[in-house]
Structure formats: C-alpha cells, structure tokens
Design a binder for this molecule. Structure first.
Ligand code: UFG
Length: 321
C-alpha cells in the first residue's frame, strides 16, 4: 500500500485523516510542528516527524517513501489572522511553497489541500459555486486563496496533480482505534463545541440576532469530519496529472445558530443556556456550499446529519473530561 504524508496530522482534522488512512491500510507519515496539534494524537503505527512545513530539511525527510501528500498544516484562526496577517501569509503560503518545491525535488506529484470557504468572502448568492468570485474578507482566507493559486501554477508549470477542498463548517468527531479524536482548541471559537460547553454560569454567546435571515442569526453549512475525510481519500484517488481541481465540501444546506442550539437541546435532552450579544466582526450572514462538483468528481456526498455531528462532538468532548 502506498505511503501518504499528512502535514498537520496531529491536529483535529489532520488526525482524523491519519486514523482513517491507517484504518484503510495506507502507510502514513505525519509532519507537524505541534504549534496547534498534540503529539499524543499521532498513532504509534504512523511515522512522526516533528517540524514545520517552512523547514525544507524536515519536509524532505518527511517525504521519504511517500507517493502523495494531504496538506492540512497551517494557521487557521480568522481572528488571529487579522492581528498577524504577515504570519498567516508566511506560514500558509511560503510554507506550502517549501512543501511544493520539496515534493518536486522528491518526484512526489499528487497533493490534496485543505482550503476554505473563507476564500469566497461574503457571497453574492448561495449556494456558493466553485466558479464564483473569490474575495476573502480576512488574511486567513487570503492565505488559503494564495495557496490555491500556487497549486494552479504548479499544475500548469510542473505537471502537479492537485485538488483543493474548500471546507465549510466542520464538526463531529471520529471514534478511532485509539479513542475519540476531539477538537481541542483553546480558546474554542467554534459554535458546536461552545454550545456543548455552555452552562448557566458561562452561557453560549449568540453573535448577532439582527442578521438578514429568518430568525436573525447566521446560517452555516455543517459537515461531519468523517464525511470530510472520506472526500480527501476519494480525492487522493481522483487526482489527474497537471490538473488542479477546486471542490467545495459541505452538506449543501444550512442551519442558523438558533437551529443548531435547538438541535443540540434535543440531542442532549436539556436546555442550552445562551445570551444574545453583538455581531462578531467579519462574520458573513449566510454560507452554504454547492456540493454538486464533489458528487461529480469524487462521487461523494455526506452521510451524517447535524444530530450526529452534535452527538459525536459531545462524545469526543466527554471522553476528554
Ligand atoms: N457563533 C456564535 N457563538 C459562538 C461561536 C460561533 O454565535 O460561541 C456563531 C458565529 O457567529 C457564526 C456561526 O456561529 O455565525 C459559526 O461560527 P464558527 O466560529 O463555528 O464558524 P465560522 O463560520 O466562523 O468559521 C468557519 C471555519 C473557519 C473558516 C470560516 C469561513 O471554522 O475556519 O468558516 O468563513 F474560516
């Protein structure tokens, strides 16, 4: 079986990919600098190289024996990116340039990249198509778009086969051979983990109730991390040389913040303490993916619903307490 290099494989989404690849019989190398990831998340059966994608020697070492790369490593906090835009461009874009140049030197010519809906910015209409205009509203989205452009260039000039997967809102968790793989961010900014952590003493903050939506709260398109990783493994096998595909990953539908709270309340069998506060800077009102292209190119469609995402996120969080 072929060996896959997973950059950022000690994090929540990358770690889920590592577990699923190993379960499907792939050999795996993880390259992660542990700035956000956790060494204890890397299974003993994977080869682990601690290092940054900016370090060419480490990247070269990590590529040894690999035939393809799934590239998750990068800075991923929208708020932090506004404060440190140069850091985001450096790690995400320059880091990927190092990775691509080392891949070329090593003769590894297939890559699946973790891109984001943040590349589109405020959409003119939903569902968002991959052919829609890109106008990121923050440096995080700009850095992901910068990498997408790099991949297009490498595909054209060096024959690289690349697929960028643009994630909408990832949630849920995988129960792997070694246990639940939880989202472990501190501070946690994502809605579903925050809904689950909410208590009367520390209630969930609903960011804005005056959005132009039916109930006044923002609408997002949630996708289960297990479905998301299934799409990555399909993508590995759908790559064609000298081609760069860009593909959205979501559910094709949306839920408002209030609908997420109501669904969580049903799943948990209790009310969720929440307070209404002002809008959060930079939030678009509605983000919903068109997922037709994922169906056409990857033969993929998600199979987990919002209830399962909430239930699995809860199990994963509880397993850590
Ligand atoms: N929200 C709350 N309270 C919270 C957390 C979130 O009301 O405590 C709201 C947000 O305002 C937003 C929705 O819930 O309307 C979802 O927020 P998340 O932070 O969970 O997710 P985002 O849509 O902001 O972010 C996601 C990805 C980012 C990506 C971004 C692109 O997590 O990586 O989409 O817009 F950059």
């Amino acid at each position: 079986m072929e060996r896959i290099l997973v950059t950022g494989g000690a994090g929540y989404i990358g770690g889920t990919a590592v577990a699923q690849l190993l379960a499907e019989g792939y050999e795996v190398t993880v390259l992660d600098d542990l700035s956000m990831g956790h060494a204890d998340a890397v299974p003993a059966t994977a080869r682990f190289i601690e290092g940054s994608i900016l370090d060419a020697a480490k990247v070269c070492e990590a590529l040894d024996g690999a035939s393809a790369v799934i590239h998750f490593a990068g800075k991923s906090l929208v708020g932090e990116s506004v404060e440190k835009p140069d850091l985001y461009m450096h790690v995400n874009v320059d880091g990927t340039e190092v990775l691509l140049s080392e891949m070329k030197a090593a003769g590894v010519n297939r890559i699946v990249f973790s891109s984001s809906a943040a590349t589109y910015g405020e959409p003119k209409s939903v569902p968002i198509l991959e052919s829609d205009a890109t106008a990121p509203t923050n440096p995080y989205g700009a850095s992901k778009l910068g990498v997408d452009h790099l991949l297009t260039k490498y595909a054209k000039e060096s024959g690289l086969g690349a697929i960028s997967l643009r994630y909408f809102n990832v949630a849920g968790a995988l129960k792997s051979a070694t246990g639940w793989l939880a989202e472990r961010h501190e501070p946690e900014t994502h809605l579903i983990p925050n809904v689950l952590r909410s208590t009367d003493a520390s209630p969930l903050k609903i960011f804005g109730t005056d959005w132009p939506t039916a109930d006044g709260t923002c609408i997002r398109d949630y996708v289960h991390v297990v479905d998301l990783i299934d799409a990555h493994i399909r993508a590995l096998n759908a790559i064609t040389p000298a081609t760069h595909h860009i593909i959205n990953l979501g559910s094709g539908g949306g839920y408002s913040v209030r609908e997420v709270i109501d669904t969580a309340s049903k799943v948990l069998g209790r009310t969720i303490a929440a307070v209404e506060v002002d809008r959060r800077a930079g939030d678009p009102a509605v983000l919903i993916a068109s997922i037709d292209k994922a169906g056409e190119i990857l033969g993929w469609k998600p199979s987990h619903n919002l209830e399962q995402m909430i239930a699995d996120t809860k199990q994963a969080l509880d397993s850590r307490n």
